[in-house]
Write a protein that binds this ligand. Structure first.
Ligand code: AMP
Length: 271
């Protein structure tokens, strides 16, 4: 693959995924094409980023359908490695960087080890594909913040491009996990985006961040979701916004269970 990519003499844009692709993933490929890149997608359900073995087991897999979707979206290369190719036995590729608070809050708190596994696989895939540009979705805002910091710390020769979250018509952020929602929970889940939008207007109208967080959690619970967190944070440091200093880049990030499906979403409240 490296040899072929080299021979094309074109910028390489790379979108790593775990498959079960939807429009959110395909937009990453389309963005790479719009930027004039050769588009490379990977499908790899990375075992090291699942802290719950049942979650790894249940992760949807549909490689043939994915390949057809990628090809329609103009993807040039699909890389679908086996676990042994990414992690040859006997070698240790673990990325163990100090991300300060970036990997300790929110997802970091609720999914121990997740970001270490994610950083390790992204670094490993970057080393294999060697792209000029890396396309990732805002949907996983904390993931993107950590990858940005890893690129900075390791001085990796790649430009990170953040692509906006693609949503269903009712606002639910597209996710491979949505396939597992029960019909009832599929109806309830848009409350997540509605609440994020409410948080944006509430902040603009001067409600304190802590009050918004409290009310948002209550809204989720009343709707039948089980929230893990709803945090209003500084978009650069991911530190919780103090009530009296709501200036600059502010993002609301949340995770909630809809039945047994864990969903995450976020919204930029202020840029
Ligand atoms: P995943 O397959 O869930 O690991 O996601 C692979 C990439 O697709 C990540 O960069 C995600 O942020 C991105 N992605 C997933 N869902 C969406 C979405 N709804 N909108 C935009 N990007 C997304």
């Amino acid at each position: 693959m490296q040899q072929w990519l080299n021979e094309q003499n074109q910028l390489v844009g790379f979108a790593p995924t775990m498959g079960a692709l939807h429009e959110g993933h395909l937009e990453l490929i389309r963005s790479a094409k719009k930027d004039g890149c050769l588009a490379v997608a990977s499908i790899f359900v990375n075992p090291t980023q699942f802290n719950d073995p049942a979650d790894l087991e249940k992760y949807p897999r549909m490689p043939e359908k994915d390949a057809a979707l990628l090809s329609e979206a103009g993807c040039d290369v699909l890389f679908m490695p086996e676990v042994e190719e990414v992690y040859p036995p006997g070698e240790d590729f673990t990325i163990d960087l100090d991300f300060q608070q970036l990997d300790k809050v929110m997802e970091g708190k609720f999914r121990p080890g997740h970001f270490k596994g994610m950083a390790t696989v992204v670094n490993r895939l970057l080393d294999i594909v060697k792209p000029d540009k890396l396309y990732m979705g805002q949907k996983d805002f904390q993931q993107l913040s950590i990858v940005r910091d890893m690129i900075r710390q390791l001085s990796l020769p790649v430009e990170l491009v953040m692509c906006p979250t693609v949503r269903e018509e009712d606002g639910l952020a597209m996710s491979s996990r949505n396939l597992r929602l029960s019909p009832e929970m599929r109806t309830t889940a848009p409350v997540i985006h509605q609440t994020l939008q409410w948080a944006k207007s509430a902040l603009q109208e001067g409600m304190s961040a802590s009050e918004i967080e409290k009310q948002a959690l209550l809204t989720f619970t009343e709707a039948g979701l089980q929230p893990e967190y709803f945090d209003i944070v500084n978009g650069n440091t991911l530190v919780k916004v103090q009530d009296k200093s709501s200036s600059g880049f502010i993002v609301a990030c949340t995770a909630a269970f809809a039945g047994d499906v864990r969903l995450i979403d976020n919204l930029i409240l202020q840029s």
